[in-house]
Design a protein around this ligand. Structure first.
Ligand code: SF4
Ligand code: SF4
Length: 182
């Protein structure tokens, strides 16, 4: 049995402005270093959870953060045209998927996913944002209202069914009687 309740949830967002990205790849370096073992012990962009797409000779750099792992390739593909230039079907995709090596740990093949630099203590801003001196990456925290399903535990379910059957007054009386008997 369940109900719904509206809750406020903190949403963390990294905004990307490709027009400011110079392709310096500092974001890739710091991300891979912060996830290295030992931490900051090495850098390897192939292990970063953010990759700057496209070659330097092309006219746009687009940082993309690794998203969810998917075990299957997309059944349909599409291409994107920006300023008259056509980009390939997978160019903007965040998924770690079987059709490419992107967002996979190079040694093990395990999927990589951006964890927003989760750490204890929490960082004021994710590291890629801190290291992006051109402000192509900016960080924002905001509150959003979300509807959450609330599951009642067994005791609550039992109590609810008793109230449905005998009415709230009778149940309260019964509990009071039991309490007075100690
Ligand atoms: S650090 Fe910023 S400017 Fe440099 S590649 Fe990354 S997103 Fe682009
Ligand atoms: S937020 Fe952290 S984990 Fe995610 S891409 Fe940036 S540096 Fe990497």
């Amino acid at each position: 049995m369940s109900g719904e309740q509206i809750k406020k949830k903190k949403v963390k967002v990294i905004k990307i402005d490709p027009s400011k990205c110079t392709g310096c790849r500092s974001c890739e370096l710091i991300c891979s270093a912060s996830h290295a073992t030992p931490k900051y012990g090495s850098t390897n962009p192939a292990k970063a959870r953010i990759r700057v797409m496209f070659k330097p000779l092309e006219n746009i750099y687009l940082p993309v953060m690794a998203g969810e792992y998917t075990p299957a390739e997309c059944p349909g593909r599409y291409s994107i045209i920006i300023d008259g230039q056509e980009y390939g079907e997978c160019a903007f995709c965040r998924a770690s998927c079987p059709s490419r090596d992107l967002f996979k740990e190079p040694d093990s093949g395990l999927p990589l996913k951006c964890d927003l630099c989760e750490s204890d203590p929490t960082l004021e801003k994710p590291l890629c944002v801190q290291w992006c001196y051109h402000e192509a990456l900016t960080y924002e925290e905001r509150e959003e209202e979300v509807t959450e399903e609330v599951k009642l535990d067994q005791m609550e379910v039992a109590l609810e069914s008793l109230v449905d059957r005998y009415g709230l007054e009778k149940i309260v009386e019964g509990i009071a009687r039991m309490a007075s008997k100690g």
